[in-house]
Design a protein around this ligand. Structure first.
Ligand SMILES: Nc1nc2c(c(=O)[nH]1)N=C([C@H](O)[C@H](O)COP(=O)(O)OP(=O)(O)OP(=O)(O)O)CN2
Length: 160
């Protein structure tokens, strides 16, 4: 029977600081604020004959790269049903519930997510990590994003 193993990657250095607001409904959102988000991962892979599965250093490097890509940005949910984002010179103009908010484009990332929540960040990062790991024999990958101690959301991929 094939033996599987689980790698847990939970490094203190896997973090990004970002500004966001959560949207609760068409008319309700949080005020703009920031978090020091931390990212962890769980990877299930086949165990090799020599007691080694997948090199966790490889995944550490990828997760760090993904965190660095989000660090010190304003993160906007590009697929929210409740806000409209338009380019306006050096700014993004975001219309939500009758309010217009302007964010410097160079400080802002529009992500393909429906809300700027930990669960959507986790889903986004899981997709990016899977792309970076294409062709590798992994059976399950879970990415968790925490907005602070004791509160996190995860996204899970399982091989068919
Ligand atoms: N399902 C989710 N719910 C909430 C999310 C989320 O990402 N997914 N995010 C938030 C807030 O953005 C964020 O947590 C701020 O909440 P708040 O409790 O006000 O402040 P802290 O994170 O600092 O937590 P403390 O317990 O107050 O330290 C809300 N919901």
């Amino acid at each position: 029977m094939e033996r599987l193993t689980t790698l847990y990657i939970d490094k203190e250095s896997h973090k990004f600081s970002a500004a966001h607001y959560t949207i609760f409904s068409a008319s309700e959102r949080e005020r703009l604020h920031g978090h020091n988000y931390s990212v962890s991962a769980r990877i299930v892979a086949p165990m090799g004959d020599n007691g080694f599965s997948a090199d966790y250093n490889v995944y550490k490097g990828r997760i760090k790269q993904l965190c660095d890509e989000l660090d010190e940005y304003m993160l906007l949910a590009g697929e929210s049903l409740h806000q409209h984002i338009a380019e306006d010179g050096d700014y993004y103009r975001v219309r939500f519930a009758g309010d217009d908010m302007l964010f410097l484009r160079k400080d802002t990332l529009i992500l393909p997510i429906r809300n700027a929540t930990v669960e959507e960040f986790a889903h986004y990062l899981l997709g990016k990590l899977r792309t970076l790991s294409a062709g590798e024999d992994l059976r399950e990958v879970e990415v968790c994003v925490a907005s602070g101690p004791g509160q996190r959301g995860g996204a899970l991929w399982t091989a068919d």
